[in-house]
Design a protein around this ligand. Structure first.
Ligand code: PMP
Length: 362
């Protein structure tokens, strides 16, 4: 009884808003066709997997991370085409970079702004750090609502604006002219989150030479290393130096750094996978268009947001057939009856489309 009482007291130490929140959901997926979280579905070849094993086996894991992290940072900067005058900091996934940004900006009354629907961690992280969050609805066609964004910027004076480019879950890119208006009107920082850049005809890096308040965030997750956890943030040297101060020391493990370096040495393999996934995206999109009552939205990411007659029912029917997608229906009113379908291997996409046809009875 005393343990129970003590636990009760311990739990009361946790902030009310944290206790009322839900943990970030990770669906169980063993044995399923996994099309829920925008992973690259291709594994390394057996030969490359063996080479990676040898490289990881030679890493000195008794030491704290040191030069390996710097080598990885330099290789990522080269890979991304980092402009002169800029520098880079790394996160344990871009999720950690989002946490670092919230931490560096958190002061009483400070506010984070983002179009919505977009990536949920912008809001979650802001709230956990005591920042106010303002979401500005996208237009019905998922384009940025330029006037509404500018009005919200003027009203709320956000310390930070997130623009996911392409956006998650809608998959689209936004009008470059509107993006420039937003960056110019922003009284604080603007983060262009290019998580899906490997699949998109876009590159925000060039804006860094024009805008000192801009940061470009990328990740190795969608590239093909979701399990390794490496994100990176690029901006003006002095700005990155400040944000880097709140980075947990040694946040990139020696094994992660070695795996990241190995992947960049084989960037051609990953580029070929991204090319294949873009071709598969076109194929899945065309096939979804043929299904009755199904409306896929054009995407520049490795996912296709798809409006269906009854998303909860179709989600369950697909799951019963061994296909896991994301039911986005409840995430935002604009996503009512939407499933977010990650583009998989040709076989996985075939399985998805067959299960969709069966489930819709067509
Ligand atoms: N940004 C966007 C837009 C995302 O969709 C995601 C994850 N789905 C992330 C960042 C986080 O990616 P990671 O932490 O794996 O780098």
């Amino acid at each position: 009884a005393s343990l129970e009482k003590d636990l009760d007291a311990a739990l009361r130490c946790i902030r009310e808003d944290v206790r009322a929140a839900h943990a970030y959901p990770v669906a169980s997926s063993a044995g399923m066709v996994k099309l829920d979280v925008m992973e690259n579905p291709f594994r390394l070849s057996a030969d490359l997997q063996r080479q990676l094993g040898e490289r990881l086996g030679a890493v000195a894991i008794n030491r704290y991370p040191a030069e390996g992290t710097q080598h990885l940072a330099a290789a990522l900067a080269r890979h991304a085409g980092m402009p002169a005058g800029c520098s880079i900091t790394l996160g344990n996934g871009s999720d950690e970079l989002i946490t670092m940004l919230s931490l560096a900006l958190s002061r009483p009354g400070a506010c984070v702004l983002s179009p919505e629907p977009s990536f949920v961690m912008y809001e979650m992280s802001a709230r956990y750090q005591g920042l106010k969050f303002v979401g500005v609805p996208l237009r019905a066609d998922f384009e940025l609502d330029g006037p509404a964004m500018l009005a919200a910027i003027a009203e709320h004076q956000p310390a930070l604006i997130y623009l996911a480019y392409p956006n998650n879950p809608t998959g689209n890119l936004w009008d470059a002219a509107v993006i420039e208006q937003i960056i110019e009107a922003a009284p604080g920082l603007v983060v262009m989150d290019e998580a899906y850049q490997p699949f998109a005809a876009s590159d925000a890096m060039h804006w860094l030479t024009r805008y000192a308040n801009l940061l470009v965030m990328r990740t190795m997750s969608k590239f093909g290393l979701a399990g390794v956890r490496i994100g990176y943030l690029i901006g003006q040297q002095a700005l990155i130096a400040e944000i880097d101060k709140v980075r947990p020391p040694f946040n990139i493990s020696v094994l992660n750094a070695e795996a990241g370096l190995f992947a960049l040495e084989h960037a051609d393999v990953y580029a070929a996978q991204a090319t294949e996934l873009r071709a598969q995206r076109a194929r899945v999109f065309e096939a979804l268009c043929q299904l009755p009552g199904v409306q896929p939205y054009p995407s520049q990411g490795n996912m296709i947001l798809t409006r269906v007659p009854d998303a909860p029912a179709l989600f369950a029917a697909l799951k019963a057939r061994g296909v896991l997608v994301k039911n986005s229906s409840a995430a935002h009113p604009m996503l009512r009856n939407c499933l977010r379908i990650t583009v998989g291997t040709p076989d996985e996409n075939q399985a998805l489309l067959a299960a969709m046809k069966e489930s819709l009875g067509s």
